[in-house]
Ligand binder design. Structure first.
Ligand SMILES: Nc1ncnc2c1ncn2[C@@H]1O[C@H](COP(=O)(O)OP(=O)(O)OP(=O)(O)O)[C@@H](O)[C@H]1O
Length: 354
């Protein structure tokens, strides 16, 4: 009972290997253009990679390894794709839309209808069964689309930002529904929302430029991000550089911090990263305050509200941030373009191998 895919698309610089265990939900995250849709489309059979191989529960989805040219059509893969838009058949009732999968798989009419009713009940849409898709709200249509995808009993459910097209009232409802139906089900979900990754997935895979840059249990990746992208998701400052005896050397900055992930100190000289929360950064107008460690002169690029704090961004493309109170920001008279000192508590800086 395995799902494995390895695929490359040369023109897109895409080369990814992924394995999803039985009952496991994997969130795929990454910046625009990182290759998330490419991965899903390859698995669904909508995009032909240049090379690679994929197998789902013993069925070869494609095998383009040397000398072979096996290719299974999308509707025979045992996968179901839930897109951002529900994409229901407009001329069919809700019930017939949901019964479509079992019917195409050869189920008799009554059995297909019974399965459709079961799934409509599961997504709390029984009362919508006689309607046409044009008579549904966006949230209702997406719930029906979930029922339709699951009624086909897919070995792998593929979800492409299923909440993206919903408004702020419908999205939480669908998220709760997905949490229920994804439990114990094998699925790959593309999302830009860290909450989806936390709530719905067992593991997150971060794509950068067509490659996996990191992967692991969602909480671990957010607590110990190894990529700038994941650190951004977790709301942490992120610096990459070279490990030193006391912390990390990064682009002219010498940062003191705590070594993590290995017993004892890390060997100096190896590539490493340092992460720390904006709340661990204080802002001063001069250098003469507190501990001399981790005090860096920076130029403010932006000030923005962040909850009940002010987020002060500084340095090259705002790569460091500090969260301070509005009163402190006013006292200091902060404004973009000003030179200030960021002082970072060494105890809050985690350093670990890249
Ligand atoms: N139809 C296409 N033809 C050629 N290149 C494409 C095509 N679609 C996407 N690409 C390229 O492939 C790469 C990966 O794109 P992809 O759509 O998979 O990214 P994504 O992570 O899904 O992005 P987004 O978050 O914007 O949806 C990008 O460089 C993109 O420009």
């Amino acid at each position: 009972m395995t799902f494995v895919v390895q695929a490359a698309v040369e023109q897109r610089g895409f080369d990814v290997s992924l394995r999803v265990g039985p009952g496991e939900t994997v969130a795929v995250m990454g910046a625009n253009g990182a290759g998330k849709s490419t991965l899903l489309n390859i698995i669904a059979g909508l995009l032909h990679p240049d090379s690679g191989r994929a197998e789902l529960d013993g069925r070869i989805l494609f095998d383009l390894t040397a000398g072979r040219g096996a290719w299974t059509a999308p509707h025979r893969r045992g996968t179901a794709l839930l897109a951002q838009e529900p994409l229901l058949f407009p001329h069919l009732s809700v019930l017939d839309n949901v019964a479509f999968g079992p019917r195409s798989a050869g189920a008799p009419k009554d059995a297909a209808k019974a399965a459709a009713l079961r799934w409509l009940a599961e997504v709390e849409a029984t009362d919508l069964q006689a309607r046409r898709p044009s008579e549904l709200s966006g949230g209702q249509a997406q719930r029906v689309a979930v029922a339709r995808a699951l009624a086909a009993d897919p070995g792998l459910l593929l979800l492409d930002e299923p909440m993206a097209a919903l408004d702020i009232h419908a999205a939480p409802l669908l998220r709760r529904l997905l949490k229920r139906v994804l439990a114990g089900r094998r699925a790959v979900i593309i999302t830009h929302d860290v909450l989806d990754a936390l709530m719905l997935a067992d593991r997150v895979v971060v794509l950068e430029d067509g490659r996996i840059s990191e992967e692991g249990p969602t909480r671990d990746v957010l607590q110990r991000p190894r990529s700038r992208f994941a650190a951004g998701l977790a709301g942490l400052n992120f610096l990459s550089g070279e490990v030193t005896e006391h912390g990390l050397h990064s682009g002219g900055l010498n940062l003191y911090g705590q070594h993590h992930d290995v017993p004892g100190p890390l060997p100096a000289g190896q590539p490493g990263v340092a992460v720390f929360p904006p709340s661990a950064v204080s802002v001063f107008l001069s250098e003469a305050h507190g501990s001399p460690r981790n005090a860096f002169r920076v130029t403010i690029t932006d000030l923005e509200p962040h909850g009940d704090q002010i987020r002060v961004r500084a340095g090259e493309s705002g790569r460091l941030s500090a969260d301070i109170t509005p009163a402190a920001a006013a006292d200091l008279g902060l404004a973009p373009g000003m030179e200030v000192y960021f002082v970072i508590k060494a105890g809050a800086v985690s350093v670990y191998p890249a």
